[in-house]
Design a protein around this ligand. Structure first.
Ligand code: AMP
Length: 543
């Protein structure tokens, strides 16, 4: 028999992150811009105490291990307390995206069988409307104080968050249990078909937090002040609420105030050093700072992912504002971190241009995630930076199945991501498309991301989306849908000419249409399905 080690064994539970934060960095601030409109300041020590009180309150409401507790809330300290109070008490925190269409919210609550739902004040009307459809929900808790409670409501099961907390003494011990117990559930955004629930374990969440904080990942430190723009209902704000507790850094929670001006003011007032979010949110912030001639005084790094970050956005942040962009790729099924754009020692003497090109890719994997690309027959493709195939992953924080779905999503033990990618010899992965979004022209694939990235570098373009448009000869040809920057004029022909020399000639889009707005999904991605529907009868000039 092999010799066993003699190390303490402590389950990797989410409550251990919070008790560490409270004990070792208790006075570090959590600042929230509240739905109520004011700023609120607390710290890790108070968050831990109130999370314990919340756990007591949930026990008093009769919840038992494994019960699901929903949240419909923005980023704020109460949401953070629910994250920890719920998971810490061996209940399952189910964050729900309030931007989904109401029927989908109801579908998700019913699928998860949430017993309690916590809701922010300005999302309450949605819950009130859906309540008759939510049979599993025994209590709705309004995330506010007594004075925020509605004067009149059709709900008979409405509770007040601050009353719940105030009724408890905090004399509560976080339970110890199997680290493989469910900690939280997040549903995929489901632009096609019903959303699917990814159930994270305590173990996967803690390991993900450890990896997320590493220097070659988010590089989170106790000296950082982090503002997660990415919502806590989108894959647990990419793990920041957990990783921040682990490293003991200050958190700044923006609530629903995500316009450029509000974000900029928060960045400056709270001396934010680091942030994270999807590309679309940064368009608003960059527009605001540019049009008002502003600079950032403390903001140093931002993690951009959730959709391809256009190289032009990386350049603007770095050249004009001295903010480093770390391009990251991940997904709900990966908790979400998969890869990040970070250099290796061998790149030290590369030219600036070559380094920048490399960092435009989605990056290399962190420990805990392995990846490969396969062709349509499942044959593994080489890492040569050229062969593009279906990206598959495996790792400590990758789903092995979905909630309530028997059929395994795995292929040969790997999780098929639905993304198409290349991987180069050094392990740098580049997404060329979502497999549903590739443009198939005459049997060849055109990357919609490549086409979008070129136009995003044009001074007159605010946002650009590439979609496939039917073509009798080539099956599909690229059509660009473009939003112009305010007050700037540009023609379709000028934009098409802008592609010269930047991509292979045959990939040049056949047409450009201008719109006032490009539709986005509830998680801030370009809503390609909707765009394809809107332009399905568009007649290309090349037909
Ligand atoms: P979600 O589960 O909502 O986080 O969506 C995950 C999907 O977003 C991935 O499968 C990709 O299609 C897309 N995605 C995320 N990050 C990136 C990125 N950096 N570049 C391109 N696509 C991305």
């Amino acid at each position: 028999m092999s010799l066993m080690g003699q190390m303490m064994h402590m389950p990797l539970t989410i409550s251990s992150l919070l008790t560490h934060a409270a004990r070792h960095n208790g006075d570090v601030e959590i600042v929230s811009k509240r739905v109520e409109g004011d700023m609120h300041r607390t710290n890790w020590s108070e968050i831990e105490l109130r999370s314990r009180k919340l756990a007591q309150a949930l026990a008093r409401l009769g919840l038992q291990a494994g019960d699901r507790v929903g949240t419909l809330a923005w980023n704020g300290y109460r949401h953070l307390e629910i994250y920890y109070g719920v998971s810490g008490a061996q209940l399952v925190c189910h964050t729900i995206n309030p931007r989904l269409v109401p029927q989908q919210v109801a579908w998700i609550v019913n699928d998860a069988q949430d017993k309690v739902i916590f809701v922010d004040i300005n999302i309450f009307p949605l819950v009130e409307k859906l309540a008759p459809m939510l049979a599993s929900v025994k209590h709705v808790v309004l995330m506010g104080a007594r004075e925020s409670m509605p004067k009149e409501t059709t709900l008979t099961n409405l509770l007040c968050y601050e009353d719940l907390i105030a009724a408890e003494d905090g004399n509560y011990q976080w339970p110890s249990f199997d680290e493989n117990a469910a900690a939280s559930i997040c549903y995929t955004s489901g632009t096609t078909g019903n959303p699917k629930g990814a159930i994270y374990t305590h173990r996967s969440t803690v390991l993900h937090a450890l990896a997320a904080a590493l220097p070659d990942a988010m590089s989170l430190k106790a000296t950082d002040t982090v503002l997660p723009v990415v919502p806590m209902f989108h894959v647990n704000a990419w793990g920041i609420p957990y990783a921040a507790a682990m490293v003991g850094c200050k958190l700044v929670m923006p609530g629903h105030h995500l316009d450029g001006a509000s974000l900029y003011n928060l960045f400056e007032e709270e001396k934010v050093t680091m942030s994270a979010g999807v590309p679309t949110i940064w368009l608003g912030l960059l527009n605001h700072v540019k049009s008002n001639n502003l600079k950032f005084s403390t903001f140093k790094t931002t993690i951009i992912g959730g959709a391809a970050c256009p190289p032009a956005m990386i350049r603007t942040f770095e050249n004009d504002y001295n903010v480093d962009v770390i391009h990251a790729w991940g997904m709900t099924e990966l908790s979400p971190i998969g890869t990040l754009g970070r250099l290796k020692a061998k790149h030290a003497d590369w030219s600036l241009d070559d380094k920048q090109k490399l960092l435009e890719k989605q990056g290399k994997s962190v420990f805990g995630i392995d990846m490969r690309i396969v062709d349509a027959d499942g044959k593994v493709l080489p890492w040569d930076g050229k062969a593009a195939g279906d990206l598959e992953v495996k790792g400590h924080w990758v789903v092995s199945g979905y909630y309530n779905i028997d059929k395994s999503p795995l292929h040969d033990g790997w999780f098929p991501t639905g993304d198409v990618a290349t991987i180069d010899a050094d392990g740098y992965m580049q997404i060329t498309d979502r497999s549903k979004d590739v443009i198939k022209s005459g049997g060849e694939w055109i990357s919609s991301i490549d086409l979008e990235n070129v136009l995003m570098g044009h001074p007159a373009v605010h946002e650009a989306a590439a979609i496939a448009c039917a073509h009798p000869k080539w099956d599909e040809r690229p059509l660009m849908v473009v939003v112009k920057k305010p007050g700037v004029e540009v023609t379709a022909a000028e934009l098409i000419a802008f592609y010269d020399g930047k991509i292979p000639k045959w990939q040049t889009p056949d047409d450009v249409v201008f719109v006032d707005e490009i539709p986005h999904t509830a998680t801030g991605k370009i809503y390609k399905l909707k765009l394809r529907e809107s332009f399905k009868d568009h007649k290309l000039p090349t037909i």
